[in-house]
Design a protein around this ligand. Structure first.
Ligand code: PMP
Length: 393
C-alpha cells in the first residue's frame, strides 16, 4: 500500500492561529488574532539601507555556515552576555530560521518518543506542535499572573515525574501575558539542577516591556537553560532570524540536524540582522518607540474592555509583550463566538487553541500590538456586539 503519511502525524492538527490568518486578512476585519508586529513600525527604510550595504559584498548572496554568520553570532553573544551578567561565547550561539526552528531542532535533538516534556497551561501553540511532532508525552503545569506555578512543578517532580525538558515563555507569556516572578525563576532553576532537566526559555518578547524591565532571564540563574530569542518582534519577522544559546553539546546536535533541515540560514538576512542589532543607538531608539506604542495600545485595549463589559470581564495585567488573556461573559464557547465576531468585523484567538488539557473555552487571546488605538476601541465595540448576538442566538 502506498504510504500517505507517517505515524508521527497522527496526533498533529493544524495550528488554529495559522488557520485564522486567512479569515483575519479580510480588510473589513480588525484582527486581534495574530501575533503580528505593527506594520507601520517595521523599520523598512533601515532594513533597505542594511540590505543595500550587505549586498555590496557578494558573500551576502552566498551560502553561509550552518550555525550562522560569525558576525551575527558575535553580536548576539554580546547582547546575551549583557543580559545574563556573564560572558557568552559566540560558539554557544546557533542562528536559526526564526526561534520556531530552534524549538523544532531542540525537540529533534533531545527527545525520543514518549519522553516527558513539561509545558505551560495554556501554552504557546508553536511549542505544542513541535513537542507533539516529536511524540513527547506532555505534562501541563498551570500559568497564573506570576507565570509557571513552580510549586505545582515541584509536586509533579516529587511524585516521580522526570521530564527531559521544561518549556516556558517566562517573559510576557504567549498567550497569558504573564511574567515569571524572580523568586519563581530561581525556584525553577534550582529544580532543574536538582532533577536534571533542561529548561527551554523561549523569550522573543523580553525587550518589549512597558514600565519596568522584567526580571533577569532564567539563564542567569543556571546553565541548564537552552535560551531562545529572535529578531522577529524587535526588528522584523521576515528576516527569519532567531537564535538559541546553549551548551556546546546541544549546539553541536542542533547544528547536525540543521545541516539536514536547510544547510544554512540566509546570509543576506543574517547580515542585515547583524547590522541592525550592532547599531545600538538605532536599536535603543527603535525599542523605545515599540515599547511606547505597544504600551499605549495595551492600555487602550484594556480600558475599552472595561468600558464595554464592566465587571464581567477579566484580563491579565499588561506589563509588556503583545497579548492580553481575556475571560469574557460568554453564553457560548469562544470558538463559537469567533465566526459571529468575524461576521461583525473583529477576530481573536479562542483560548482553547492554547490548551494542553485545560478548559479555556471562555477565554481569548487578544493582541494589542498590531492595531491603532482607535481600531482597538472599535474592535472591542464589535466584540461586545458579537457577545450579545451570540447570547441571543
Ligand atoms: N516562541 C514564542 C513564544 C512565540 O510567540 C513565537 C512567535 N509567535 C515564536 C517562538 C517563534 O517566532 P519566530 O520564529 O518568528 O522567531
Amino acid at each position: 500500500m502506498t504510504r500517505i503519511r507517517a505515524r508521527r502525524l497522527d496526533g498533529l492538527t493544524s495550528s488554529a492561529i495559522r488557520d485564522l490568518l486567512e479569515l483575519t486578512s479580510r480588510p473589513e476585519v480588525i484582527s486581534l488574532a495574530g501575533g503580528l508586529p505593527a506594520a507601520e513600525l517595521l523599520p523598512t527604510a533601515r532594513l533597505a539601507e542594511a540590505a543595500v550595504s550587505a549586498l555590496a559584498d557578494p558573500a551576502s548572496a552566498q551560502y553561509t555556515e550552518t550555525c550562522g554568520l560569525a558576525d551575527l553570532r558575535t553580536v548576539i553573544a554580546a547582547r546575551e552576555s549583557g543580559r545574563l551578567g556573564r560572558a557568552v561565547d559566540p560558539q554557544q550561539v546557533v542562528v536559526t530560521h526564526g526561534s520556531q526552528q530552534a524549538l523544532s531542532l531542540i525537540a529533534q535533538a533531545l527527545l525520543d518518543p514518549g519522553d516527558l516534556v513539561v509545558v505551560e497551561e495554556p501554552s504557546y501553540t508553536g511549542a505544542l506542535q513541535v513537542f507533539r511532532a516529536a511524540e513527547a508525552t506532555l505534562a501541563p503545569i498551570p500559568v497564573d499572573d506570576d507565570g509557571l506555578d513552580t510549586d505545582a512543578l515541584e509536586e509533579l517532580l516529587a511524585g516521580g515525574a522526570r521530564p527531559v525538558l521544561v518549556h516556558t515563555v517566562a517573559t510576557f507569556h504567549n498567550p497569558r501575558g504573564a511574567v515569571l516572578s524572580a523568586p519563581r525563576r530561581a525556584h525553577l532553576a534550582s529544580l532543574a539542577e536538582r532533577y536534571g532537566f533542561r529548561i527551554v526559555e523561549d523569550d522573543p518578547y523580553g525587550d518589549l516591556w512597558f514600565g519596568t524591565p522584567p526580571p533577569a532571564p532564567i539563564a542567569s540563574h543556571t546553565d541548564r537553560v537552552i535560551r531562545l530569542s529572535s529578531a522577529s518582534k524587535i526588528i522584523a519577522p521576515a528576516l527569519r532570524v532567531g537564535w538559541l544559546l546553549a551548551d556546546r553539546d546541544v549546539c553541536a546536535s542542533v547544528e547536525l540536524l540543521k545541516q539536514g533541515a536547510d544547510l544554512c540560514g540566509s546570509s543576506l538576512t543574517q547580515r542585515i540582522a547583524a547590522d541592525l542589532l550592532a547599531d545600538t543607538a538605532w536599536l535603543d531608539a527603535h525599542l523605545t518607540t515599540l515599547r511606547g506604542t505597544y504600551g499605549s495600545r495595551a492600555h487602550a485595549l484594556t480600558d475599552a474592555l472595561s468600558a464595554e463589559f464592566g465587571p464581567d470581564v477579566t484580563y491579565s495585567p499588561v506589563r509588556g509583550g503583545m497579548f492580553t488573556w481575556t475571560t469574557l461573559p460568554l453564553a457560548v464557547p469562544a470558538a463559537e463566538l469567533l465566526p459571529v465576531a468575524a461576521g461583525l468585523g473583529v477576530a481573536f484567538v479562542p483560548g482553547d487553541a492554547f490548551a494542553v488539557a485545560g478548559d479555556h473555552t471562555r477565554s481569548a487571546r487578544l493582541c494589542f500590538a498590531t492595531s491603532a488605538e482607535d481600531e482597538l476601541a472599535e474592535a472591542v465595540r464589535r466584540l461586545g456586539a458579537a457577545v450579545r448576538a451570540a447570547g441571543d442566538a
